[in-house]
Design a protein around this ligand. Structure first.
Ligand SMILES: *Cc1c(COP(=O)(O)O)cnc(C)c1O
Length: 252
């Protein structure tokens, strides 16, 4: 055994970091009627061995933003029965792959993607049926909202997220597609803006959505730097990467 770097050091680091994040979540203020938000640990760029350590620490929900990487980790760790959340921009031609492992997609932002996910779910159910296996649960869909206002949004349109005005049409499409369940809304606080303001806006949009779709009450918001602001505005799902895993390697 190498006494200079013990094999348990990464496990110790992850345990301590996870513990601190869990304490922050428990201490964060939240609306009077809100339950403590769920923690999704974003494991992108980190190896399956880290995910395995986290699973041993009680983590059940993990987030990934690239299909190839997520599919490989999910396959390797399939005995752990984790819940995989797809949180990155998703090309329609990846839908078929994503529905094989993901329980949720947080980045549904256009009608063509809703169509692709619906088709992929139908094909997946046929595949499972053909193999004599039980059907999978509906895919939980969060509509990703672009919270930037007009000038910034127009200058850089390719970042993912639907304009607030497009949400009713998207919600309707998800709600009427077999195999898809409308879960709620997702957003990233705009860079350089006030996260509290952004999440307050998101909560308003969520209330509007729930007027037409009462069960779509989830709000996926909050990352390492702004989880307290998200919790304060009623986030139900926090997506936390670097404060649990450490700084990401800056490749890719
Ligand atoms: C990477 C990522 C996160 C996690 O960000 P951290 O700042 O590392 O906590 C959350 N949401 C999305 C959409 C991401 O891509």
């Amino acid at each position: 055994m190498n006494l200079l770097s013990t094999p348990s050091s990464r496990a110790d680091e992850l345990r301590d970091r996870l513990q601190r994040v869990r304490e922050r979540i428990a201490a964060a203020g939240r609306p009077a009627d809100a339950a403590e938000p769920h923690l999704i640990v974003v494991t992108k760029y980190f190896p399956a061995s880290d995910v395995e350590i986290l699973a041993g620490l009680g983590v059940r929900d993990v987030g990934e933003n690239k299909d190839q990487e997520a599919a490989a980790k999910a396959a390797e760790l399939s005995p752990l029965s984790l819940s995989w959340h797809f949180i990155g921009q998703l090309q329609s031609n990846k839908a078929k792959s994503v529905v094989r492992y993901a329980t949720s997609v947080h980045s549904v932002d256009r009608l063509s993607l809703v169509t692709a996910l619906g088709k992929a779910m139908a094909a997946e159910q046929r595949r499972l049926d053909g193999e004599g296996r039980a059907p999978r649960p509906d895919l939980n869909c969060f509509l990703q909202v672009d919270l930037r206002t007009a000038p910034a949004r127009d200058a850089d349109p390719g970042r993912g997220g639907a304009a607030p005005a497009d949400l009713p049409r998207l919600a309707e499409a998800v709600a009427r597609t077999p195999g898809l369940a409308l879960s709620g809304l997702m957003a990233v606080a705009p860079l350089g803006g006030d996260a509290g303001e952004a999440f307050a806006h998101l909560r308003k949009l969520s209330e509007q959505l729930q007027a037409d779709h009462p069960s779509a009450r989830n709000i996926s918001a909050g990352m390492s730097s702004d989880l307290e602001a998200a919790a304060a505005h009623g986030a139900t799902h926090l997506r936390i990467g670097s404060d649990v895993l450490g700084p990401r390697p800056h490749v890719r």
